[in-house]
Design a protein around this ligand. Structure first.
Ligand code: HEC
Length: 161
């Protein structure tokens, strides 16, 4: 694949994945309280970190390896805490968590582990001087693990009115 083609397809892929991982609902979370609010805030911090890196991958921002290091650290820090943020019975109301996540807990936590591992890999690459292409590839793998959990366990985004 030529460099140009790689870049083009990457931008499209990242754009598609992105709407699934950085979006928050139109409803806003004024009503979220306690653990639900905490997990939304934690997810949002990961979303913000992913957005900075995504903008670099898409060429909207200057590429800086240090931003990948930082972003990977943010995700590595938040991701392992995901299971604690989803105690049984914390769905419903303003939460977008699908009840089946508690029925498929092992699968849910295995996606958590994958996300943490992908973030750690990204961190390692960024400290080992990996080039842009390698960082982009690993960033996409990480985005996919966020997306796979959202696809299975988060309600679909509501249509805007
Ligand atoms: C193991 C499952 C899982 C993984 C992995 C995961 N998420 Fe989430 N995420 C959820 C669930 C479930 C919700 C809905 C939570 C709720 O509304 O109670 C959510 C909500 C969000 C939200 C919306 C927060 C808000 O304010 O409502 C963002 C942004 C987000 N995730 C980003 C990410 C990013 C970025 C990653 C990867 C680095 C990620 N998530 C990984 C399950 C996951």
């Amino acid at each position: 694949m030529s460099k140009k083609q790689f870049k083009f397809s990457t931008v499209i892929r990242v754009a598609v994945i992105f709407s699934a991982i950085t979006s928050t609902t139109a409803m806003g979370h004024g009503g979220a309280k306690g653990i639900v609010k905490e997990r939304m805030d934690s997810m949002k911090e990961m979303g913000d970190a992913m957005k900075v890196m995504g903008d670099m991958v898409k060429g909207k921002r200057d590429f800086e390896r240090s931003a990948f290091k930082q972003g990977a650290e943010t995700v590595s820090k938040h991701s392992p805490k995901i299971p604690e943020f989803f105690p049984k019975g914390s769905g419903g109301g303003v939460s977008e968590a699908l009840p089946k996540l508690w029925l498929e807990w092992d699968q849910f936590t295995s996606v958590v582990d994958r996300t943490t591992e992908e973030a750690q890999k990204l961190g390692e690459l960024s400290t080992n001087g990996a080039d842009r292409r390698a960082l982009t590839k690993q960033f996409i793998s990480l985005s996919k693990s966020c997306k796979s959990c959202h696809t299975d366990y988060r309600k679909k985004k509501k249509e805007k009115h």
